[in-house]
Every structure is written in C-alpha cells, then in structure tokens.
Design a binder for this molecule. Structure first.
Ligand code: AMP
Ligand code: MG
Length: 326
C-alpha cells in the first residue's frame, strides 16, 4: 500500500518533501506532480531503483527516463552541459516544460538512460517538487505516472487507480499544462524537436537558427517515439467541427469531446475540453477526457480537431496519436 500526502505545487513544505526525499535515497519510488503531467520517480543513479519504475509501469526497457533535477547546478551532475553551446540560453526556459537531451556522464543509471549515451534533463515548474528533488540530493529519473500505453496522469486519482507498487504519492491539484514536456536535441545552432509540448517551435526559434521536427529516422534517437502513447482504450475518431456535427446528426452512440464553442451546438452528452481561446484549458483536460470516455457507457468517441498553430500544434500531435481520422 502506498503513502498518500496532499501538497500544493506552488508551496514548499520541507517536512512533507523530506519524506519523499528519504524514500528516493533508500531506493523507493515516489509519484510527484509537475506542471506537465504526474511523474513516477526513483534515484537516477541507481539501476535497481530505476528498474522498479519499468516494472511498475510495464515500460519497454529501451525507452529512457527523463532525469528531473532541482536546478541548473544539479543538471551538471548528470550531463556535459558545457558541450551544449546553447545551454545557458536554454536555461532561461527552466523551470518549465522542456526536456533537453545532452551527452550524459556515468553517474546516470544505465537502466534510466536505456543504454543511450545521452540523457534527457528537465527542471519542473513546481516549487514543491523541486524542493523534494533538492532534499533527496539525487536526480530523480521519472517517466509519466501511468501504465505504459495509457494516457499520462494529470490527476493523482488516475494513478491511485492504475499503478501498484509505488511507495508514496504526492497528491496536488490537476496538472496545469496536462501534456508532456517538449523534448529537444540541441546540435550547435540547430535544434530538433523530438516531442512537441508547451514550448513551441516559435519559442525555440528565439534561441536556435534552425528548429526542425523529428522525422521517422529519429526514432533511434528517441526510442519512446516508436511506442503507442497517449490513447484511450476505446476507439476515438477525430474530425473538424462541421464534419463532427454532421456525424453526430446521424450517430448517437458516440461521445463527442469538443471545445466549449462547439459544445453549444450539441444537444446530447458531450465532454467539454475548454474554450478555443484558452489552449491551456484544452490541454489540461485532454487526458482526463480520454479516461472519462473509457469509463463511460459509450464504445466510441469523436474529438474535435484544433487549428495547427502555436501550442495547438502540440495538442494536435497528441490528438492525432490517440485517434483515427473520421
Ligand atoms: P515519458 O516521460 O513517459 O513521457 O517518456 C520520456 C520520453 O522522453 C520518451 O519518449 C523518451 O524517448 C524521451 N527521452 C528520454 N530520454 C531521452 C534521451 N536520452 N534521448 C532521446 N529521448 C529521450
Ligand atoms: Mg509517458
């Protein structure tokens, strides 16, 4: 049975944080909140502790874990930050939803880095969690806190139902962003986006001359790309607003997942993501809507497509992976 402790992302609480820190130092696993999604963490320097994460999640061994650190100085314990020319400019985006893939040193567990010679480093924008990591005096290797193949968890309740064998769960509010961090591979003045997230291509163009999205050939560089992620268990279609409304006129056995604006045109059951003018409302309720679809009486869902610009590009990346075109 796990320990459950209520915390707030924005408030430091050393007494509560030191309980998790001790568990990390003793080789256990701790679920913690971040601004993106909840993570399940273990000592990033211990093969044995990191192995527990793979076991609990049923995660493929070749899919590396992101190492979460409390500050830039701690990043230097695990990665050759000096070899990443743009590191100091990038550090302006931290704490924040950014994972930077860098050459790793040998303090990083081989299990956590899945045998790669790089490590993904992130400083989460959640003061409680940064303090818990600082107190553990270790980097905390952590993937999203969900069974492999399921949508990432954006509420502690998702995890309590789903993962067994965790030592401690820190329960905070719903994740503010709700989709996973932007993962980048910097190479001089060029940067490859291995996974889109809340930091967009436009944000990265303030730092790099060239910013490209990873193509199919990059699967080798980011093994996680080859696995199915983020999806509900039930069938999910995607469609533009007009097509979706036309489909609903004929089919009544499908649950629509839509913006607040489109919801106004639907009479029956529907899940509202948020206003089209508030992308974060939409991203933060996306995975929750997948889980609600799964536990609903409906066998199928249909989700509304968003405009492919700015942060919506990242939201659409997750929607496309989770659905099939109508
Ligand atoms: P998760 O935390 O479950 O969202 O998964 C972490 C993601 O980050 C996976 O898709 C990995 O492929 C990616 N990642 C982590 N470390 C590295 C690395 N060293 N090189 C490339 N991608 C990485
Ligand atoms: Mg994941």
């Amino acid at each position: 049975m796990f320990k459950l402790i209520d915390v707030q992302c924005s408030s430091i609480d050393e007494e509560k944080a030191s309980i998790g820190a001790l568990i990390i130092r003793e080789g256990g696993t701790v679920v913690f909140p971040t601004e993106t999604v909840y993570g399940i963490g273990a000592d990033a320097e211990s093969d044995e502790a990191c192995r527990k994460i793979y076991r609990i999640k049923g995660r493929q061994q070749d899919n590396p874990l992101i190492v979460h650190v409390s500050d830039i100085k701690q990043a230097g314990n695990y990665a050759y930050t000096s070899q990443v020319e743009k590191f100091h400019e990038l550090s302006g985006l931290w704490p924040g939803p950014l994972t930077v893939v860098m050459p790793r040193n040998d303090r990083v567990s081989q299990v956590a880095s899945a045998g790669l010679d790089t490590v993904g480093i992130r400083i989460p924008d959640c003061a409680f969690t940064r303090d818990f990591i600082r107190l553990s005096r270790k980097g905390v290797a952590a993937p999203s806190a969900n069974m492999s193949g399921r949508p990432s968890a954006t509420r502690a309740e998702h995890i309590m139902d789903e993962l067994s064998g965790v030592d401690l769960i820190y329960r905070a509010e719903k994740s503010r962003i709700g989709i996973e961090s932007t993962v980048i591979l910097p190479q001089g003045t060029k940067c490859t986006i291995l996974r889109p997230g809340a930091y967009t291509r436009e944000d990265l163009l303030n730092i790099f001359d060239i910013v490209e999205y990873a193509g199919p050939a990059d699967k080798v560089r980011s093994p996680g790309m080859k696995y199915r992620h983020y999806s509900p268990g039930k069938q999910l279609f995607r469609a533009e607003k007009e097509q979706l409304l036309a489909y609903l006129d004929i089919h009544h056995d499908v649950l629509p997942i839509v913006t607040a604006e489109t919801a106004a045109d639907i009479k029956g059951d529907r899940l509202i993501l948020g206003s089209i003018n508030d992308p974060y409302a939409i991203s933060s309720s996306l995975y929750d809507s997948f889980r609600t679809l799964d536990s609903s009486k409906y066998e199928r869902g249909i989700i509304e497509c968003m405009p492919e610009k700015g942060f919506f590009t990242s939201i659409m990346n997750r929607i496309r992976k989770a659905s099939v075109e109508l």
